[in-house]
Ligand binder design. Sequence first.
Ligand code: PMP
Length: 291
Amino acid sequence: MAQKIYLNGKLVPREDARISVFDHGLLYGDGVFEGIRAYDSRVFRLSQHLDRLYDSARAIALKIPLTKKEMEEAVIQTLRANSLKNGYIRLVVTRGEGDLGLDPRNCGKPAVFIIADKIELYPEEWYKKGLELVIVATKRNIPEAIDPGIKSLNYLNNILAKIEAGLQNMPEAVMLNKEGYVAECTGDNIFIVEENVLITPPFYVGILAGITRQAVMELAREKLGLLVREEAFTRLHLYNADECFLTGTAAEVIPVVKIDGRKIAEGKPGKITTRLIKEFRDLTRKEGTKI
Ligand code: PMP
């Protein structure tokens, strides 16, 4: 069956899903997006993803031409049209078609498109053996310039970090903020375990407020009875952590076993990480908006 894309209110075949070369989303990365996941005919934390999308849009003064309810229906409609029970949903709102100048006042209506596709799963081996990371020279954007809390189409900061990791044949990069505090990875939030306390960088360090991050903090408190702290820490804490893992919609919970050539503890996925991987997978099958 040919893939159907939601584009400005219509479901169109993939070949017909086209955006103008004058769209400011393309010309300037001027727009916002979300990456959402469906499990067994349920969309995981859809309302939280839509809240983040609308908050990001408000922050860049972009008025989304649909209500949240209409957007929710558009997501469900797209999944149904593609007969997807499990999948990845990319929801994009651009500033729309404008001229070659920067001024968003010269743009027409924002463009809204939704792509529902099969999820490209990470290799299962990564979950069993864990990832190796490198800390890269590219700093996370400073919140006073482009706040990393805005999930905008301008991902060049993260792409530059990903290039650095790639040049060292590493799957993922850790980004520090300007002050040297650990922020996040290029598309995932980061956690460490120190003496049975789960620690993750707070928003003010300059991170995206991950939906998976939030779910994992809840699980750690409610299911594992752990203390969870949002606290700034430096790379020294990464090297000396008892455990380390990343969270994100695509990755879910993924263990980290080596950073900058230093083994994390014994260099194997930790006990708490392993439990959280399972708890998170269970949660994704239990809750969510029905397709
Ligand atoms: N940080 C960044 C920079 C991201 O792009 C993402 C989403 N891919 C995340 C963290 C994780 O957020 P979520 O759990 O909502 O997918």
